[in-house]
Every structure is written in C-alpha cells, then in structure tokens.
Design a protein around this ligand. Structure first.
Ligand code: ZN
Length: 168
C-alpha cells in the first residue's frame, strides 16, 4: 500500500475531497436509532448527522463516534509541531489552535482534540477525533506563520498525519 505525501501546495488541498477521509469506520459500527444522543457529551443524532441540538427526551443514549474514539484512545488525526519557533511563541500559537478547535467543534460535534503531549526532541503532538480537524489546525498554523506543512495518509484509512515545522 503506497503512502501519499504532500508538500504544502495545491495538491495538498485535494485531501479535503478524498473519499477515504469522509467515511469514518466509527460511524458505521452499528445502526443508530433516531433520535439518539451521546451520554457523554450530549450531541444528538438526527437524520444521519450528529449535531449539538438538544436531544429529545426519548432519544436513545449511546456514545457518539468522537467520545468512543476518546474513550478508546483511537485518534483519526495526528499533528506534530516542531521547530524553535513554537517554543518562542507557544502561548500565541496555542491560542490560535484552541480557536480553530472551538470553531470547528461548534459546527461539527465529532471534531475534537483528544490530547496534546510533549514528544521527543521538543516536538508537541496533538491527536484528534477527525482527520479534517488535524488538517484545519495545520493549515491555520501555516496560514498564520508559514513554515513547513506536510500531510501523510494511507489510502483506505480514515487517518491523516500532519506535520508543521518552523525553525525561526
Ligand atoms: Zn459524545
């Protein structure tokens, strides 16, 4: 199975259209009754979509795909942030990341950050419940600060790895 790598140019933006990133296996594990609601986060499932609309009182309680991924510690997106520039501007960059997450999550309940941790060689790793959120955060960092942005995905997998690096 080949690995697709993109530098940040026009080709990178084709990722948003890739079919394999549209079909989360966590969605299809069981047929959900409608309406259903997430017992953890309160998102509701109606007409085939998860939204933040308040669920009907008779909704069946389940875990939404995002809460299941968080519980299973099974990310669909990874972002690795590297380079000295992040260390020098950490509060400002973290603020941007939180803004992107909040905006995306407000519209799409299944787009969440799972965790952020320090990795080897001063890198920071973030994991996400949705590959498109990893992409959105990476692109926001690149749009704001330039640097270097890379994507890597395996065809047929609902999984995207993103690297953003800026040294000075
Ligand atoms: Zn949930």
């Amino acid at each position: 199975m080949s690995t697709h790598r993109f530098e940040h140019h026009e080709q990178a933006f084709q990722i948003r259209n890739l079919r394999e990133l549209q079909h989360d296996p966590y969605h299809g594990q069981e047929k959900l009754a409608e309406p259903s609601a997430c017992a953890q986060c309160g998102a509701s499932y109606h007409k085939g979509r998860w939204t933040w609309q308040k669920a009907d009182s008779y909704a069946v309680l389940k875990l939404c795909p995002a809460c299941r991924r968080i519980k299973d510690r099974c990310p669909a997106g990874f972002l690795t942030i590297g380079g000295d520039f992040y260390r020098q501007h950490e509060p400002e960059i973290n603020h941007l990341i939180v803004n992107v997450e909040m905006k995306e999550k407000a519209e799409h309940p299944l787009k969440r950050v799972i965790e952020t941790h320090q990795a080897a060689e001063g890198q920071t790793c973030m994991t996400f419940t949705d590959p498109q959120l990893a992409r959105a955060v990476g692109e926001a960092l690149y749009d704001a600060y330039k640097g270097e942005l890379k994507f890597d995905y395996q065809p047929g997998e609902f999984l995207l790895r993103v690297w953003w690096t800026r040294w000075s």
